[in-house]
Design a protein around this ligand. Structure first.
Ligand code: CA
Length: 527
């Protein structure tokens, strides 16, 4: 491969080195630029002589100021950059970008499971809701036996999953912020991939009682069981197995109760069949993790193109990760469909600024050693590459952490779901929001996967896609190699989504059963 740099905008004064393994000092590019020192792959090279204090621009955004003079052809690494202050949340542009409406995209469908509440599942999974971490070991034991002894009798059911989490009585349950983990758990239970077949395992003495977690009326289940006699308790309608119940004598009696309850749900789930549904039934959550300088060049722009395809098809796409959009908040408020949506976005940013401040952290806490090794100098640069996942559509809705699309009455379009950038917390909150398909881009490489929702992983570099050939589902590195365009990879991802959603294709994380934990976002105190 010829020596190659990639510049994101013609006004940029740095570009990144595209070649595998980086390039040595003395390398001469086609335009005459000569490297004065070795520059690793994905790292920035100065295109002009920079004086101390000069603005360094990438994505036509100031990602920092030169800490000292940087001659043309030098490696511009994070120690040479002073990070600009965070954008104030006052005086932001509101709805100033009026993109021409995207033409509808018709004729695309997938095979999914229709639910009584109108949502559509991409998988047919029995989920066992847990009110408290205390029951997690018992549920895990029961799930193993259900998979071994019962699941083979119900071939239309894909899996059985215990919704284990770290929530316990230590959480100050009445603190205002405790609403976040509680509604997260409630909404996870309602994820479309679980077919509204709700069963709960409770300890008995926990603060978060089943009827507090899932109050009557939480579920619009059209099922004779739940149209139960007037006066039936929420618990009866909910199918709660309570471990401290007097009826349980010995551990195996608890396991038997869970298995008997599970079997009723398995029978109903097994009777379901996939039906052809329009692509508009997709609810896609996108996020990135283990990012590098190629994330914003290859994988995230391809995801952004695909996001536009999905929005055009009438689907819902959520992007998230507050600290990774905070530095581009002006780009987002300017794309808000209404002033109320811009206000909601600013409110989420302000809440998160205060949350970080409470912990004496700031936004520089984002960007890992791996990000920096991959060429991302700071959070400003990382954010610009992250936001492109959102494509170009107007932002049509905002969710607070743990809220679902249904909570906000959102039926389609591009949605900002505010979450931490942590892969596991972001994924968990997107499961709660109601996603039925997950797209994850990575440059450094992560084996991330979820038991609840299929995860399509997109590699930013061909080198990673080659080495992790049985972990990465899509190789966006072909864009940097010059072998494919952003549009090509965007369409490939779109078609892959329809195949995965239909169960025709299993992602690598599904094939290896790589399941990361659900991790609740709990901003409330723990006692
Ligand atoms: Ca992430």
């Amino acid at each position: 491969m010829e020596p190659l740099t990639i510049r994101m905008d013609e006004r940029d004064n740095v570009a990144i080195v595209a070649n595998d393994g980086g390039l040595p000092a003395g390398t001469v590019f086609a335009d005459g630029l000569t490297l004065v020192e070795r520059v690793p792959q994905g790292h920035k090279v100065a295109l002009v002589d920079l004086a101390a204090g000069d603005a360094v621009r990438r994505y036509n955004v100031v990602i920092g100021r030169a800490a000292k003079a940087i001659p043309k052809g030098s490696w511009v690494h994070e120690r040479l950059l002073e990070m600009p202050a965070a954008r104030s949340l006052d005086g932001l542009p509101i709805g100033t970008v009026k993109a021409p409406p995207l033409p509808p995209l018709e004729g695309h469908s997938f095979e999914g499971y229709r639910n009584a509440d109108g949502s559509v599942g991409t998988r047919n999974i029995l989920a066992i809701t847990e009110t408290v971490q205390c029951v997690a070991g018992v549920v895990e034991f029961a799930v193993e036996r259900i998979k071994r002894e019962l699941l083979p009798k119900y071939p239309n059911v894909d899996d059985v999953v215990g919704l284990a989490h770290g929530y316990g009585c230590g959480v100050a349950i009445d603190a205002p912020d405790a609403v976040v983990p509680i509604r997260t758990l409630r909404n996870i239970t309602k994820n479309p991939n679980f077919g509204n077949e709700v069963m709960v395992v409770s300890l008995g003495c926990e603060k978060l009682q089943p009827e507090r977690l899932l109050p009557p009326g939480t579920f619009a289940i059209v099922d004779e069981r739940n149209v139960a006699d007037v006066g039936a308790t929420a618990e009866a309608a909910l199918d709660v197995v309570c471990l401290q119940d007097d009826a349980h004598v010995g551990f195996l009696s608890m396991i038997q109760s869970i298995m008997t309850t599970a079997e009723e749900h398995l029978e109903r789930l097994n009777a379901r069949r996939r039906e052809t549904v329009p692509a508009s039934a997709l609810v896609v959550g996108v996020q990135c993790g283990g990012s590098d300088a190629f994330s914003g060049v290859t994988a995230n722009p391809a995801v952004g193109f695909c996001t536009d395809l999905l929005v055009r098809a009438g689907a819902t796409v959520m992007f998230s990760e507050v600290t990774e959009v905070r530095d581009g908040i002006d780009q987002l408020t300017s794309r808000a469909a209404t002033p109320e949506i811009a206000d909601a976005m600013i409110r989420e940013m302000a809440w998160y600024d205060a949350y970080l401040q409470r912990g004496s952290a700031d936004r520089s806490a984002n960007t890992t050693p791996g990000n920096k090794k991959g060429g991302l100098s700071n959070i400003v640069e990382k954010a610009m590459g992250s936001i492109v996942k959102s494509g170009s559509a107007p932002i049509a809705g905002v969710l607070s952490p743990g809220e679902s699309l249904k909570d906000r009455g959102i039926e389609r379009g591009l949605v900002y779901a505010a979450t931490p950038a942590s892969d596991f917390i972001c994924g968990t909150l997107q499961v709660a929001a109601g996603m039925n398909l997950h797209v994850f881009t990575t440059g450094r490489g992560t084996p991330y996967g979820l038991a609840e929702v299929p995860v399509i992983k997109v590699a930013t570099r061909s080198d990673l896609a080659r080495r992790w050939h049985d972990l990465m589902d899509i190789n966006a590195g072909r864009i940097a190699d010059g072998d494919a365009t952003i549009e090509d990879v965007g369409w490939e991802l779109f078609r892959c989504m329809l195949d995965v959603a239909s169960g025709r294709r299993r992602t690598w994380a599904e094939q290896w059963k790589l399941h990361n934990a659900l991790v609740l976002f709990n901003p409330a105190p723990v006692t």
